[in-house]
Design a protein around this ligand. Structure first.
Ligand SMILES: [Zn+2]
Ligand SMILES: [Zn+2]
Length: 155
């Protein structure tokens, strides 16, 4: 069963709930956020749901267009998708080393909107991404720095 908000959106847009669309949305329900087109394709193959890559791309675009998925662009033009349930608005912190993505719930951004609107700017989309290092990459970074220092000293 698809979540109500998905069915509603598909119906509103006059889009049919085809088996392929349903299969793709189920992947998002189960595996959660931030899946790339290749991830979705591979997960569908694993479940013995034959589908072409171009159908996956097209379906992801369609579902984004009608507001069921949100398309996120991270480092270097890599696109990932997540369910855009109204209650799940969040921002992202991305590790620039391993690519790990962390969700950040943060509501204060509405202040920023108000500011933009005061200046007569109409906001219809936004994206806030924090870049940095995740805890385990920080640890590795520290390790490699201390190793390097040890090597330099023993020279
Ligand atoms: Zn990392
Ligand atoms: Zn997210």
């Amino acid at each position: 069963m698809l979540k109500d908000f998905m069915r509603k959106k598909l119906r509103e847009q006059g889009s049919r709930v085809t088996a392929q669309r349903e299969a793709i949305l189920k992947i998002f329900e189960e595996y959660g956020d931030h899946l790339g087109a290749d991830d979705v394709y591979n997960l569908l193959l694993k479940r013995k749901k034959p589908i072409s890559k171009s159908t996956v791309y097209r379906t992801l675009e369609l579902l984004t267009g009608i507001g069921i998925l949100r398309k996120l662009e991270f480092n270097g033009g890599v696109y990932r998708y997540e369910l855009s349930e109204p209650s799940s608005n969040h921002h992202h912190a991305v590790c620039t080393r391993c690519g790990k993505i962390i969700d950040l719930k943060f509501e204060e951004v509405s202040e920023l909107f108000k500011k933009a609107e005061k200046m007569g700017f109409f906001v219809n989309n936004y994206s806030i991404i924090l870049y940095g290092l995740c805890p385990s990459c920080q640890e590795n970074e520290m390790k490699s720095i201390t190793e390097k220092m040890d090597n330099d000293e023993s020279r």
